[in-house]
Design a protein around this ligand. Sequence first.
Ligand SMILES: Nc1ncnc2c1ncn2[C@@H]1O[C@H](COP(=O)(O)OP(=O)(O)O)[C@@H](O)[C@H]1O
Ligand SMILES: [Mg+2]
Length: 618
Amino acid sequence: MSNQTGQQTLFADIPDTNMSAEKAPKIKEPKIKESKAKGPKLKEPKGKEPDEPTEPDEPKEPSEPKQKGSKAKLAVVNAESMAKKQREISVSEFFTKNRHLLGFDSPRKALLTAVKEAIDNSLDACEEARILPDLKVKISRIGQSEKQFTVTVEDNGPGIVKAQVPNVFGRLLYGSKFHRLRQSRGQQGIGISAAGMYGLLTTGNPVRVRTKPGKKSVPLYFEITIDTAKNRPDFTDKVIEWEKDHGTEVSIDLEGEYRRGQKSVEEFIKLMAVANPHVYLHYTDPDNQVTEYQRATKELPQEVEEIKPHPHGVELGILLKMIGECDNRTTSAFLQEDFSRVGPTVAKEICEKAGIKPETNPRRLESADVAKIKAAIDQTKIMSPPMSCIAPIGEDLIIAGLKKEVEADFYVATSRKPVVYRGHPFAIEVGIAYGKPGDTLHMTETGKIVEVAKKKTESDEVLMGAADEPVRLIRFANRVPLVFQQSACAISKAVINCNWKNYGLQQPRGALPIGPMVIFVHIASVWVPFTSESKEAIASYDEILEELRLALMEAGRKLGIHVRKGRKLAGEFKKRNYIETYIPHLVIALKDILKLDEKEAQKARDNLTNVLEKSRKL
Ligand SMILES: Nc1ncnc2c1ncn2[C@@H]1O[C@H](COP(=O)(O)OP(=O)(O)O)[C@@H](O)[C@H]1O
Ligand SMILES: [Mg+2]
């Protein structure tokens, strides 16, 4: 590609290979044709199969390898012999080899990823259809195997229409969310199909799907496999009986490893319940133990609207693609119709700065003109995109979610107003659960200091550590828990960079603070900038780091007040205990000096205790 123009390089970089030659921008036409011929062979090669043995003038293997130092008979590699090896790579073949990119690198992680992808889809579908989600998740062993499991996730969502089912589960990069700018858990269209592909690869079994798209529709059962060479589904389907008004159930057999504790399916589900207090979830583990997660609210998250891309978020390659696909007659109309927050004045300003007439037909724009438009966009002040495309959880529900799953002494939450990074709205939310009940003190109205009763349950230990351990950080993106790659995540960086000593906690340099505490951090966005397709860590954009910093500081300040009060209380409790040991001796002395009877002595004892509590009230 090095000797080609920048424009062609950009086109080749665009992942969507659907761009047809007719639709491509009519810029420097002959070169586009050239790029078709010489560009990366992502499309079907015409004529002979690339690996067919042909060419009579094919270079012969040299009879005597004369090259210095080469002992083995190595074939001479040249353009022709290399050409024979070049062939199209289907996206499924690519991800079969690079399964770690999608979160299937170890059996343990694969099991969790499959559960996560299925839950994500169920929740996305339910919320989009405005149905309060009821989910059933089951993991069972296949036979007596400790290595093979069936993951089944059933929802009461809108179901999937017959024609779409095979593509949804048997084709990578196929989905309804990639092209829309609105908050959702899935975004690339490779979640559930990748899980199915991994299952097929490791057990040979197809994905099984039951679905019913509405009360009056016929329930259907599908068995689907993915043809990785073509990235197309193979399937069978039949009508079944299913006692359900609507919904979908997906079952995947896969090689996995089931373990409890940190980074387990249990922990993931528990975290999911924290960030999604509107969900009811029924979970059955491989030992047939059932855990139910009840809802804390019957209100669905606020409905999100789809927005058009904001000019500040568009990259040159995407801009070229958009221009190639648009059917507007003028550049001004293109800018106004294809972007959010661009009206006639802003469109005019962009065109003026780019030195292009607003009435120019966008198809006539040269690639250099498009680059100028991009530069002009960057220099133009444009109103932020509408924030209706994201639905943060909100302070009350963060606290409700935390209270539901983490037993603590103190809860606080901060939900920041949405802002924008590269044209994409996002909002940062932070919640804190602090102090294990039983380790904390409380002052009554009368000034008495009492210990808060211990109400420890086994599962609490998963989320909150001990007082001398680093705090537990729980990260979420669009309400999905992020379990892996904590250290690579912008959220962790922001938490570590925050000075927790200001809020009364100890913090080793460059590390998480120490204390009995859970820090909940959520980013809600139309396009979460993950560091990889497996969606495990957030990329460190400056705007995101800054919002994280502000949100953590806001929550930290509220925490600081509580921690300092707790410290004071503990100090006071110690002093009082000390004083209290002398009260009985004082009373004995008073009884003796003042000749008090038993009743009067008791009164003196009560009085002294009262004075102690009232005079030292904090
Ligand atoms: N349980 C479900 N109910 C309804 N639709 C679903 C369900 N699971 C998947 N889908 C549809 O299948 C598409 C592909 O899912 P997936 O491969 O996970 O990609 P993504 O979630 O990133 O779009 C989704 O966009 C959605 O339209
Ligand atoms: Mg998905």
